[in-house]
Design a binder for this molecule. Structure first.
Ligand code: ADP
Ligand code: MG
Length: 733
């Protein structure tokens, strides 16, 4: 690809991160505006706008060897061209290259275009090979008519016949084949594009940026000892390679992101994320928080009143939390614990600790149902201590809402449980000391910070305790949660028996119904969970209602209940209470029961269309059984045929009950974006790194971060900005 540098070289000491993209040829204000949509503002940003994939225009393929789906260049001779009038007018051009024939198909064409395809004309095309009726075809290929020159394919032909690059040049020099500029010198990058900024433009811009880069104006962030140890190319080498790979580049490796040039960039990207969170954490450590120094009388009274004693793991984690609460900077602690490990009671102890010190506490959950469960638990535990628990949800309106908001602002209400509503405009606290967030995986670092900001009073920040039942694999923790301390409740309360899981096709539904009958006859209780892909809550509820009716018909001797998201919160509570009291045998439900529901006597769970749910969700649902002392089982019913992924997921659920193991497999199967949920996608947007593929880099990243912070702190802000761009602002680095 010929490149002429039209731009005046930047001044000696100018670096590309301070050079606006408008210094490049073809970039005026309008294009610059469009480029911001791609996150491109500086020349450096152009270099970090990396190809999604590549096209190979460096060689010419022969038609005889083409396969459907190939994206190739061919050099062909026109045999016949005709316009066909059918439902749609189109131009059909039959071409051949000696190894076979194929068809070019155009729906839009001018008279000149049509005239150019005369019999005998030579054409170079690039496009995707499709299967057509009778023969292979290309639809709207890029093409160029080759001036009449029998050896015009030159270098391409030399490559085509398999000559090594040096022999190619020899052959060209000797005039065996004539050189012609029809083939590219490099693989063609395909970039993420946007309306008004197409591939050609992006290729022209990256070419200009690469020329400038060679002038040595890009800062190397990695210290020499790190580069040496990793045996990875330098930044400029890596960027030059990924933007313009040579013709013999290992394409598969590139597509999978495994090439050392890409690994070098992935390493830097993960490092940037890790560093930004480390800095955030340093900043938190400099912030002030109320020091909660109390003897823990309230907590003691709660623990004495419980019918059980805390497990060793619960005690250890509680100790870690209380240690944090006594410090004068805000706690940022993530508590991970498998479903049923008893996180709630630990959170309640932390809340009491804050209350005893005279501060308010907030408990926030992602769904109404889970928040309601917390309200019940907290009320049951705190009311005997004379503490009233306030409730705030988006469903509260008018006066009721106003009353709660006022009590929070005045400090009359010491503890409040609720949903995201707690986060809303207009909600103020008198003296907030502790925020408990359940099911953290649905929040990103932005929300974490915004929430904490809400409790900011005279420069003092509340402590934050974050609980999740979706364990976070180490790789993810390193990059997405490095600003948090972490505790793990790695022990279940005693007496729990593992849930036995079976996977059956829904053709055996009758057997499953029989199984429910037998279990309930034996005095046990069961859940029957209906799933639907449709987002519509109404359709889901309809499906659950139908299922409940059918089950009640087939199981006339059982008391069948129904719960779904469209019921009023009081109705839901009533049904749960009835089920818990044993007055219902079978509870048909939508996935609303996914979290928080706690009925120890329920020991059988049927999940219909289990193949539609993710592993984390299945694990959550399954966690509703196995809470009592009798052995429990979970029947995952699927509708054939199963996809390969579906099969893997269900098999994994059968094989293990360990939430951490499930999270690990889930991550491998779906990638972090999915595992974290959409709301968090803004938080960890990776350009090139892949947390599953690049796991092996993670330990080295921690080492590199330490070296950088200790010996090269001045390189850190630019490194973060380079990869996180605007997102870097949340760390205010
Ligand atoms: P999760 O970690 O899934 O939120 P919960 O806090 O809902 O778990 O606890 C599950 C159940 O176990 C609750 O009924 C809770 O009261 C009970 N529980 C918690 N800790 C213990 C313990 N140490 N011994 C016995 N039961 C416990
Ligand atoms: Mg819980």
């Amino acid at each position: 690809m010929a490149s002429i540098n039209f731009i005046a070289p930047p001044a000696e000491n100018t670096t590309l991160d301070s050079l606006p993209v408008t210094t490049l040829k073809r970039v005026g204000p309008r294009v610059a505006e469009l480029l911001t949509k791609l996150g491109i503002r500086t020349v450096q940003d152009v270099l970090f706008h990396l190809p999604l994939r590549y096209q190979d225009r460096t060689r010419v393929a022969s038609i005889g060897a083409l396969r459907v789906g190939d994206e190739v260049s061919i050099v062909v001779e026109v045999q016949l061209s005709e316009i066909k009038f059918g439902r749609r007018r189109m131009l059909l051009v039959r071409v051949a290259d000696g190894s076979g024939g194929m068809l070019l198909r155009f729906f839009h064409f001018s008279a000149q275009q049509q005239a150019a395809f005369v019999r005998g004309a030579r054409v170079r095309c690039f496009g995707e090979v499709r299967s057509g009726p009778g023969m292979l075809e290309m639809v709207h290929p890029e093409y160029r008519i080759i001036p009449n020159n029998p050896l015009g394919v030159g270098r391409a032909l030399a490559r085509h016949v398999g000559l090594k690059p040096d022999l190619q040049s020899e052959a060209i020099k000797d005039g065996i084949v004539q050189d012609a500029p029809e083939v590219d010198e490099f693989l063609t990058p395909v970039y993420p594009a946007t309306e008004g900024v197409q591939q050609n433009m992006l290729r022209a811009l990256t070419q200009q940026a690469l020329d400038l880069m060679r002038d040595g104006a890009l800062r190397e962030a990695l210290p020499p000892q790190v580069l040496e140890q990793l045996r990875l190319p330098s930044l400029t080498e890596a960027l030059a390679y990924v933007h313009r790979p040579p013709p013999d580049a290992p394409l598969r490796m590139l597509l999978e992101g495994q090439h050392p040039a890409q690994q070098r960039l992935a390493f830097e990207e993960l490092l940037a994320h890790h560093l930004s969170l480390r800095l955030l954490r340093n900043k938190t450590e400099q912030q002030r928080a109320p020091q909660l120094h109390v003897p823990g009388v309230l907590m003691r009274r709660l623990l004495d009143a419980l019918s059980f004693t805390l497990t060793g793991a619960q005690q250890r984690v509680l100790g870690e939390i209380i240690h944090d609460l006594r410090c004068d900077h805000p706690m940022q602690r993530l508590v991970q614990g498998d479903v049923g490990s008893g996180k709630t009671v630990v959170a309640a102890c932390a809340v009491l600790h804050a209350l005893e010190a005279g501060f308010q506490a907030v408990v926030m959950a992602p769904t109404e149902l889970l928040a309601e469960q917390h309200l019940q638990n907290f009320t049951a535990w705190l009311a005997p201590l004379g503490i009233e628990v306030a409730w705030l949800s988006g469903k509260l309106t008018g006066k009721a809402w106003q009353a709660v908001v006022e009590r929070l602002a005045s400090g009359q209400a010491a503890v409040v449980v609720g949903t995201h509503a707690l986060f809303q405009e207009g909600v103020r606290f008198a003296n907030l000391g502790l925020i408990v967030v359940d099911e953290q995986h649905r929040f990103g670092v932005h929300q974490r910070l915004a929430l904490r900001e809400k409790g900011n009073q005279d420069g003092r920040y509340p402590h934050q305790l974050i609980m999740t039942a979706t364990p976070i694999p180490r790789t993810l923790a390193m990059t997405a949660y490095a600003d948090l301390d972490s505790s793990v409740i790695d022990e279940l309360p005693p007496g729990r028996t593992p849930v036995e899981t079976v996977v059956v096709a829904d053709t055996r539904r009758a057997d499953v119904v029989e199984r429910v009958r037998n279990a309930c006859r034996a005095g046990r209780q069961a859940y029957w969970v209906c799933t639907l892909i449709e987002e519509s809550e109404m359709l889901q509820c309809q499906a659950a209602t139908d299922t409940a009716l059918r089950l009640a018909e087939s199981l006339p001797e059982l008391r069948v209940g129904l719960i779904h998201g469209r019921l009023k919160s009081q109705e839901k509570q009533q049904i749960m209470a009835t089920f818990k009291a044993g007055a219902l045998d079978l509870l048909v439900a939508t996935t609303v029961i996914e979290v928080g529901v706690d009925v120890p006597n329920a020991s059988l769970m049927i999940i219909e269309n289990a193949e539609r749910l993710g592993m984390a969700q299945l694990h959550q649902l399954r966690g509703r059984v196995g809470r009592g002392t009798q052995s429990s089982s979970c029947v995952l019913m699927y509708h054939a045929p199963l996809s390969a992924d579906g099969r893997t997921r269900l098999a994994a659920m059968r094989e293990t009950n360990d939430g951490f193991e499930i999270a690990r497999r889930d991550l491998a199967l779906r990638g972090p974006g999915e595992v974290l949920g959409t709301r968090q996608s803004g938080m960890l947007q990776l350009h090139i790194a892949d947390l599953v593929r690049d796991q092996a880099l993670i330990p080295k990243i921690e080492q590199a971060a330490i070296i950088l912070l200790e010996h090269y702190p001045e390189r850190v802000p630019a490194l973060i900005k380079r990869w996180l761009g605007d997102a870097a602002r949340y760390g205010e680095v």
